[in-house]
Design a protein around this ligand. Structure first.
Ligand SMILES: NC(=O)c1ccc[n+]([C@@H]2O[C@H](COP(=O)([O-])OP(=O)(O)OC[C@H]3O[C@@H](n4cnc5c(N)ncnc54)[C@H](O)[C@@H]3O)[C@@H](O)[C@H]2O)c1
Length: 297
């Protein structure tokens, strides 16, 4: 494995490109617009500067890592030499199926095709390719340069050899990979999302306020972040769409999203990315202020 192509240069794609480049791999970073790619390179450079300031990366290592990243707005050009492709584009089934059809067509026949999807079936994605045994889930956590877990998801047809290659590769990045099977939500989100949903139900039913719910889970369960703050960080729209995948996939009403979550997403309050969810966020401030909308409830 030498050449890695990353599709999508957003939150996750730039982190994945960062980690591979820092570990000596050649990275082709692909997105639909040059401006997204420029923004992504600036983010990677800024994040590496932070490592330099902390003394975990030298300025020369940073320059070498940045020099290993090339950018492409054409998928065909960006994947033609890939040993491994990691798709980290927007979480949308039809978009991902379309990308995997193209990857199957344009990437070398022996390339492994991985997806960073949070919730879409690996087996379904693999089914649109002629190489389902070479398709696998590689679910990195946000922020990728910091979080050690990689949830490695075997689709129904993924081969042992491909799984072992991806497990070993993840360890080469100093990550801790865990192998799981392909069922809705995999392991991480199957456990996390019902907890977040239950926290939102506790607020909705008036059991406690936002800060109280988060404090109980932080101090009582030693979670570094309360579930409502974490939901804001992940994105409330993302939480909602994963709960719907769990609800549809298992046909079990216990995964039904809380009506308050549905309302917040429909009203455009999606958490950190829109400036407000359960908390209100102001650029440049690290203070956690409860959204004033909840004082009326
Ligand atoms: N954000 C998280 O915390 C998180 C964590 C784990 C996994 N994921 C998963 O990672 C994937 C990416 O999520 P994100 O948060 O980085 O999203 P994002 O919106 O920040 O970035 C997605 C990027 O994909 C690009 N894109 C869209 N269509 C494309 C195409 N046809 N070709 C190339 N690029 C295309 C977009 O322009 C955008 O830059 C999703 O599948 C998501 O479920 C996200």
């Amino acid at each position: 494995m030498k050449s890695i192509s990353v599709i999508g240069s957003g939150t996750m794609g730039n982190g994945i490109a960062h980690v591979f480049a820092q570990n000596g791999y050649d990275v082709s970073l692909i997105d639909i617009k040059d401006e997204y790619l420029e923004k992504s390179l600036a983010t990677i450079s800024k994040n590496m500067d932070r490592q330099v300031a902390k003394g975990t990366l030298t300025p020369a290592e940073k320059d070498a890592a940045m020099g290993r990243i090339s950018t492409f707005s054409s998928l065909e050009e960006g994947v033609k030499k890939a040993d491994l492709v990691i798709e980290a584009a927007t979480e949308n089934l039809n978009l991902k199926l379309d990308i995997f059809r193209q990857l199957d067509q344009f990437s070398p026949a022996n390339a492994i095709l991985a997806t960073n999807t949070s919730s879409i079936s690996i087996t379904k994605i693999a089914s649109v390719t002629k190489r389902p045994e070479q398709v696998i889930g590689m679910h990195f956590m946000n922020p990728v340069p910091v979080m050690r877990l990689v949830e490695v998801i075997r689709g129904y047809s993924t081969s042992d050899e491909v799984t072992q290659t991806v497990m070993a590769l993840s360890r080469n990045l100093s990550k801790d990979p865990v192998e799981v099977n392909d069922y809705p939500g995999f392991v991480a989100n199957r456990i996390l999302m019902p907890m977040i949903n239950e926290a939102i139900y506790s607020l909705y039913e008036g059991v406690a306020g936002i800060e109280e719910i988060d404090i109980v889970m932080k101090l009582g369960m030693a979670h570094p972040m309360g579930p409502l703050q974490l939901a804001d960080f992940i994105g409330l729209d993302v939480c909602l769409s994963i709960l719907r995948v769990l609800q549809d996939g298992f046909g079990n009403p216990k995964y039904a999203p809380c009506p308050l979550l549905v309302n917040m997403v429909e009203a455009g309050f999606k958490g950190v990315k829109t400036g407000e969810g359960f908390y209100r966020y102001t650029a440049g401030s690290k203070d956690l202020i409860v959204s004033p909308r909840f004082s009326r409830r």
